[in-house]
Design a protein around this ligand. Structure first.
Ligand SMILES: [Zn+2]
Length: 235
């Protein structure tokens, strides 16, 4: 019998080929129960869409999402994200443990303490993240007190601060990486874009408007070595 890899080689359609490879990798990474509970796998543009046979399994898979992703990443380099959905048509409930229903989608949920299921929670979290990210991209200096009431209704102060902290860390990592490129003169470091990142970082940190920013304020908010890069001239 031909090995799967040989069979796949025979396919000319790149798209089908890739989906078969992803399916093979999924079978290797996920345990048998998860594979059995998966009714559809679909891979497109770096995103793996998993359809679980019911909400209970959707939640189980959601718990293992990061683990699955890490395992798949080893074989499927192009993978960027995993999205989990549930086939509502096949939903059935057999286990009396799952008595609570999700307030959003009405599926049964595992934890009695939760009001919404993991799948809905993920969707909600992602939407909140997007809203805060967009807000901070447009107005990095904004503090929670300046956020409008409509947004305050859906995003609490702690959620806002958590996302802002995450955003700051991300920009800071970005600056640090550029710094190493800069001192090693590796590749083409675009100094102006790093400077813009540094300013964005300081606006986020100090909650000041762009016109209030000065070299002195920047100096106080970033390490000296990075400030040296900030004031250096383009090479
Ligand atoms: Zn739900």
């Amino acid at each position: 019998m031909k090995q799967v890899n040989e069979v796949i080689k025979d396919f000319n359609n790149k798209y089908i080929k890739q989906n078969l490879l992803v399916y093979e990798a999924y079978k290797n990474v996920a345990n048998k129960q998860i594979v059995d509970a998966t009714i559809e796998l679909f891979y497109k543009d770096g995103v793996l869409f998993i359809t679980a046979k019911n909400n209970t399994w959707g939640q189980q898979i959601a718990y293992y999402k990061q683990k699955l992703f890490n395992g798949l990443k080893k074989e499927i380099k192009s993978i960027k994200d995993i999205k989990i959905s549930v086939d509502i048509m096949t939903e059935e409930i057999t286990d009396p443990v799952y008595r609570n229903r999700c307030k959003k989608c009405e599926s049964y949920i595992i934890s009695e303490a939760d009001e919404v299921c993991v799948v809905c929670k993920n969707i909600e979290e992602n939407q909140k993240k997007l809203i805060v990210n967009k807000l901070l991209k447009e107005t990095p200096w904004i503090g929670y007190s300046d956020v409008n009431d409509e947004i305050k209704k859906v995003i609490s102060q702690s959620e806002f601060l958590r996302e802002k902290k995450f955003q700051k860390e991300r920009i800071y990592d970005n600056i640090t990486m550029s710094y190493w490129d800069f001192i090693q003169q590796k590749g083409s470091v675009i100094l102006n874009s790093i400077k813009a990142k540094i300013e964005e970082y300081v606006l986020l940190s100090c909650e000041i408007m762009p016109e209030q920013i000065t070299d002195e304020i920047i100096k106080q908010n970033i390490p000296a070595k990075i400030f040296k890069m900030y004031i250096s001239k383009e090479k």
